[in-house]
Design a protein. Structure first.
Length: 84
């Protein structure tokens, strides 16, 4: 396991399987950092893994995932006309 030169965090080769004790350590670290407020995208970038991989690891560790945040994209309400 190499370290990401930008963050100093462990980096796992893309596509390489992370199993056993290594996966347990990664799972605990991702869970701790996510619960401290880091986003899935940030964790994925810092570990060199995909968004889906990080998401799945968090789900496996039974983390309660946050909502996506940001404004909801809703259709504009039709303009109401009042007759008079």
């Amino acid at each position: 396991m190499a370290r990401n030169p930008d963050t100093g965090q462990p980096s796992y080769a893309k596509g390489a399987r992370v199993t056993g004790e290594s996966r347990d350590r990664l799972q605990a670290e991702l869970k701790r950092r996510y619960e401290a407020g880091a986003s899935i995208r940030t964790l994925a970038q810092e570990t060199g893994r995909s968004y889906g991989f990080v998401h799945n690891v968090l789900v496996e560790s039974q983390v309660r995932l946050r909502g996506r945040g940001g404004p909801n994209r809703r259709r504009a309400a039709p303009a109401s006309t009042s007759s008079g």
